[in-house]
Design a binder for this molecule. Structure first.
Ligand SMILES: CC(C)(COP(=O)(O)OP(=O)(O)OC[C@H]1O[C@@H](n2cnc3c(N)ncnc32)[C@H](O)[C@@H]1OP(=O)(O)O)[C@@H](O)C(=O)NCCC(=O)NCCS
Length: 147
């Protein structure tokens, strides 16, 4: 089941974050999650009362784009389509909000993430040099939601 996150999910979200990202990948803090749960679309994938993954979107009122700010799946649940389901949910959410594009940034060496984005027709539109604290580059990728 995919549902909006609430404050009871905080421990699970933070655990997934810690096993998925580090400082150099802009890992979110507990405070960040509290903020985003209250302010932004944050969906969790729940299976048998266990939070397996999440996706965080940024959606500005006057923008045609939705930003996939972060997506992560707990290590034990990777490779089972959880991220795919979370992305599909996000595209539907974005369409309902009247958005035309989805955008994201991904580290250029994050091959598994790039593969999933390509699977969903995200295209590389730009490279941001030294985007991350350790000076790694990022690809900006974008997908059209409406045809
Ligand atoms: C990237 C991530 C979210 C994928 O989650 P997931 O639930 O395992 O993904 P799915 O099972 O839905 O896989 C969908 C597609 O992703 C790609 N993929 C996922 N894991 C992969 C891997 N280890 N190697 C290569 N491709 C992979 C494949 O294209 C796959 O499609 P396929 O099954 O048809 O081949 C997960 O690996 C993760 O949390 N990574 C750490 C956090 C992260 O890097 N987030 C992205 C930041 S931009």
């Amino acid at each position: 089941m995919i549902r909006s996150a609430n404050l009871k999910d905080l421990d699970s979200l933070f655990e997934i974050e810690n096993e998925s990202f580090d400082y150099n990948s802009f890992a979110l803090s507990r405070q960040n999650f509290i903020y985003h749960i209250k302010k932004n679309p944050l969906f969790v994938y729940e299976k048998e009362s266990k939070i397996c993954g999440y996706i965080l979107l940024l959606s500005r009122k006057n923008s045609e784009k939705i930003k996939v700010y972060s997506i992560a799946v707990s290590k034990n649940f990777r490779g089972f389509g959880v991220a795919s389901k979370l992305l599909e949910k996000s595209f539907l959410y974005a369409l309902n909000e009247g958005k035309k594009f989805a955008k994201l940034e991904v580290r250029t060496d994050n091959t598994s993430a790039i593969k999933i984005y390509k699977k969903y027709n995200f295209l590389h539109v730009k490279t941001l040099k030294a985007y991350y604290p350790n000076k790694s580059d990022a690809f900006v990728m974008q997908k059209t939601l409406l045809f």
